[in-house]
Design a binder for this molecule. Structure first.
Ligand code: SF4
Ligand code: SF4
Length: 403
């Protein structure tokens, strides 16, 4: 593809309007965590939009149509590609955007455009399609290790059931206390639930979607949806915010019609169970807990109160808040598949989360995302401030049946 080929072909009409709508007002500048830790203005939302507009001007303006498109300097394209992939797609800029640009959806589409032009993705992200095709997950791990190291003994999974649990690749391979906690709590609620065999529970597609590599998505989604449909599933439960996000927002598009089941985040199921008296924690926990809202759970699908409701079901706790919380939460550094490429940024952002939890004298930092869980734990290594980290269901599971 030539550098002078159209830049707007792959964008929806509303995304073209969004790019046009940015007033360069700078309202969003203060909230970008990547800019904060890198001090690199190229990453800022208005700068990314300004650059993309220049590309559109060179290839799609009236002048370009009448006199021919300008060839764009490759270095400029490479710099833009780096900026768009260094962003964690946390969406905080969109939340504060004066004209309402939905950046958490726009940035992945600009990434897709740079992939289409052969410039992205970056580093190991390029291997993902081949690795997922071979193993079913982006971590290049064998399918038969997906559940075996963590699945709690003595818990039976139904062959067919109206509820299914999807563990997800990041939880199953990189945040095992979290998925173990999910299964223990679902079991404690008491409704039968099913799970796909490990070789059938393939990637939800989010890592491919977010790195702009969309070719395999339809195939993955159809395989998963048909497998759950064959098991008579009516509710699919998952704890990973990125999985929940793509399932709820994009699976119907790739499936081609409405899904035959609804998608629920585990905190929705568990807060309902506490409210209905189907779960109860007797033991008091005299601790100050601080809960971090994952970007794709809060800004992505609007789930902010259910995790807090679950935590308030623990007698004795004091619930603290980060200065930026709920829809304004600050990215922990793990988002947008950037953590495996831009390690230093991700570590610096993770440490900002740890530092605020320590400053607020939290006894525990509670997370609800496998990517946050892995990254914030990693950021704590060799860091001078420490706070115990726990996943929300890991915590609930540890308290059930005690007292
Ligand atoms: S999505 Fe997050 S990381 Fe990316 S530009 Fe916006 S605030 Fe910065
Ligand atoms: S707040 Fe919105 S309109 Fe203003 S500079 Fe940022 S992206 Fe552009």
């Amino acid at each position: 593809m030539k550098n002078s080929d159209s830049f707007i072909k792959g964008l929806t009409p509303s995304q073209r309007i969004e790019i046009d709508a940015c007033t360069q007002c700078g309202e969003c500048l203060g909230c970008c965590p990547v800019q904060q830790v890198t001090q690199n203005p190229a990453i800022s939302p208005p700068e990314k939009i300004r650059m993309f507009r220049e590309f559109i001007k060179a290839t799609d303006s009236l002048k370009a149509k009448l006199l021919g498109a300008d060839e764009i300097d490759r270095k400029l394209l490479e710099d833009f590609t780096r900026a768009i992939f260094e962003c964690t797609t946390c969406g905080a800029c969109g939340r504060s955007c004066a004209v309402g640009i939905h950046t958490q959806r726009l940035w992945p589409m600009l990434r897709k455009e740079m992939v289409r032009r052969g410039l992205g993705p970056i580093g190991p992200q390029k291997e993902m399609p081949a690795v997922i095709r071979k193993t079913g997950n982006p971590y290049n791990k064998p399918a038969d290790e997906r559940y075996s190291p963590w699945f709690p003994e003595g818990i039976a999974v139904a062959e067919k059931a109206s509820i299914a649990y999807y563990a997800g690749c990041t939880g199953a391979y990189e945040a095992q206390p979290m998925v173990k906690g999910d299964v223990l709590v679902l079991h404690a609620i008491g409704d039968p639930f099913t799970m796909l065999p490990p070789e059938e529970e393939v990637c939800c597609g989010f890592p491919l979607f977010i790195t702009g590599q969309h070719d395999m998505l339809e195939d993955l989604v159809k395989r998963l949806v048909e497998s759950y449909r064959a098991r008579d599933v009516r509710t699919l439960v998952c704890s990973c915010p990125c999985c929940v996000n793509i399932m709820a927002r994009d699976w119907p598009v790739y499936y081609g019609k409405e899904l035959p089941f609804r998608i629920r985040h585990i905190t929705q199921v568990v807060s309902d169970a506490f409210a209905a008296g189907r779960l109860k924690i007797e033991q008091e926990l005299k601790e100050r807990l601080i809960y971090h809202d994952p970007c794709y759970l809060s800004r992505g699908v609007g789930i902010t109160e259910e995790p807090r409701s679950v935590l308030r079901s623990i007698p004795g706790i004091e619930l603290l808040e980060f200065d930026s919380n709920r829809l304004e939460s600050r990215c922990c550094g793990a988002g947008g598949a950037a953590r495996k490429v831009f390690h230093e940024n991700a570590t610096a952002m993770g440490r900002m989360t740890i530092d605020e939890a320590v400053r607020k004298k939290a006894d525990k930092l509670v997370l609800s995302c496998p990517a946050c869980y892995g990254k914030v734990n990693e950021a704590m290594q060799d860091h001078d401030r420490k706070v115990p980290i726990v996943d929300i269901m890991e915590l609930v599971a540890s308290l059930l049946g005690k007292g």
